[in-house]
Design a binder for this molecule. Structure first.
Ligand code: UDH
Ligand code: NGS
Length: 399
């Protein structure tokens, strides 16, 4: 009996000893850090067991990045912006590095608007407590990608707020069903955004690319910048040296130096390579962030209807040196059909015609005109109807 008791005590002391060691470890590097480490191990096990991404909601965290909305609720509305507002610091204290990105179903624009109470009509924002050092317009070429747009807005608004930018988001929506023309829509975006404000930088942004690190600052460099250097679909590497697709940033001066983008690439492919060549023809270089920072997750999709691969793209690319001064910002023709300032973005619906010209599709005399100085107030067509409806429902919550 006595030996039995002795061994029982021995085990008890051993158990207490182990407990003490665990406690000491926990308090050494910070209790919270340790606890969250163990929680993450359990989460990981759970994920492997269920075969999901482990991100049930867009607010979820994982070990590769943090919630893009973390800390943003600390930003309070400024009590009247005074003349003497200090400039924002050169490096924003809100920048946190890697961001967790997932695409849960059921996200609505109303939810996105509620999470961004400081964004005002037209998708505009200015830091509430300091004067932004940079004014950036985001130009997004668009048609039939409302689902992607919701996710992009969900991530982009807080991402830009973290960088303490004065920013605006412009959706350039191609009207009609004719073949898509990404580069021409960007020319429209450039002109229309600059008409509204003296932006010092323009980000030309595909709707399906979500930035994964907020150190990838949406500000211009001294040369045109290719921001989407590391996409998940290319294994987070640059696919080829001259690649200039996805997301790029140019100042108005850069843009005009290269005569903007080509207007004649209808359908998929080549236009981004043409733009890359224009950078060097305009006497500039391509600058890039590091692969660690210029990371993007692409929302998976197939080639769109109305955006077939352009079979002429290689022939056209071979002639960029001869054509860049003859086709671009100096020749762009279009008609703005509507300009709507929604809570989370400005939508510009535009008629851009076909290869045969602006009026080949719709022979109405109105369509024959060049881009008007002042766009018509109301749109004859309303393409992203579902989105607009949702936006209108949102309005009272935001303003
Ligand atoms: N876009 C639209 N609607 C369209 C087509 C394109 O909004 O119908 C916009 C959108 O912003 C998109 C961008 O143009 O992100 C670029 O088009 P894309 O996503 O189709 O091009 P990407 O090269 O993907 O990113 C193509 C996938 C399959 C290509 C296979 C070719 N071999
Ligand atoms: C090149 C295309 C680019 C395109 C890139 C990536 O081949 O426009 O692939 O395409 N250039 C030409 O076709 C001349 S992707 O893998 O994203 O489909 O951006």
């Amino acid at each position: 009996m006595a030996t039995w008791l002795q061994s029982k005590w021995r085990y008890l002391f051993m158990f207490l000893g182990v407990q003490l060691v665990v406690m000491a470890l926990l308090s050494r590097e910070g209790y919270h850090k340790r606890v969250s480490y163990f929680i993450r191990i359990f989460r990981k096990l759970e994920t492997t067991a269920t075969g999901t991404s482990g991100a049930g909601s867009p607010h979820a965290r994982n070990h590769t990045g943090s919630d893009v909305y973390a800390n943003l609720s600390l930003l309070a509305k400024a009590h009247g912006r005074g003349e003497d507002m200090p400039y924002c610091p050169k490096t924003s204290p809100l920048i946190g590095g890697p961001i967790h990105v997932s695409f849960p179903s059921g996200l609505t624009l109303a939810q996105v608007a509620r999470k961004n109470p400081l964004v005002v009509l037209g998708g505009r924002y200015r830091p509430p407590d300091c004067e932004a050092r940079h004014r950036t317009a985001i130009i997004i070429p668009h048609r039939n990608r409302e689902h992607h747009l919701k996710f992009l807005l969900y991530y982009l608004h807080p991402f830009l707020q973290r960088q303490q930018l004065n920013y605006g988001i412009y959706i350039i929506h191609q009207a009609g069903n004719y073949t898509f023309n990404r580069a021409k829509l960007m020319n429209v975006g450039f002109r229309e955004a600059m008409r509204e404000e003296d932006w010092d930088c323009l980000f030309f942004h595909d709707v399906d690319l979500i930035p994964e690190d907020d150190r990838n600052t949406y500000m211009c460099d001294s040369n045109p910048k290719h921001a989407a250097i590391a996409m998940d679909k290319f294994g987070y590497k640059l696919p080829y040296k001259m690649y200039f697709g996805g997301v790029s940033a140019l100042s108005p001066l850069h843009y005009l130096k290269m005569n903007g983008f080509p207007n004649n690439y209808w359908g998929w492919g080549g236009e981004d390579d043409d733009i890359g060549v224009r950078v060097s023809l305009g006497g500039m270089f391509i600058s890039r962030p590091s692969v660690k920072v210029g990371r993007y997750k692409m929302i998976k999709h197939k080639l769109d209807k109305g955006n077939d691969v352009n079979p002429r793209r290689f022939n056209m690319l071979a002639k960029t040196r001869q054509t860049w001064k003859l086709d671009g910002m100096n020749t762009v023709e279009y008609e703005v059909l509507s300009r709507d300032h929604f809570p989370l973005y400005t939508n510009i619906t535009v008629h851009i015609g076909t290869e045969a010209g602006l009026h080949a599709m719709a022979p109405s005399p109105k369509i024959l005109a060049k881009a008007p100085e002042k766009p018509p107030v109301k749109a004859p067509t309303k393409p992203p109807a579902k989105l607009q409806q949702e936006q209108q429902q949102n309005q009272p919550t935001n303003h």
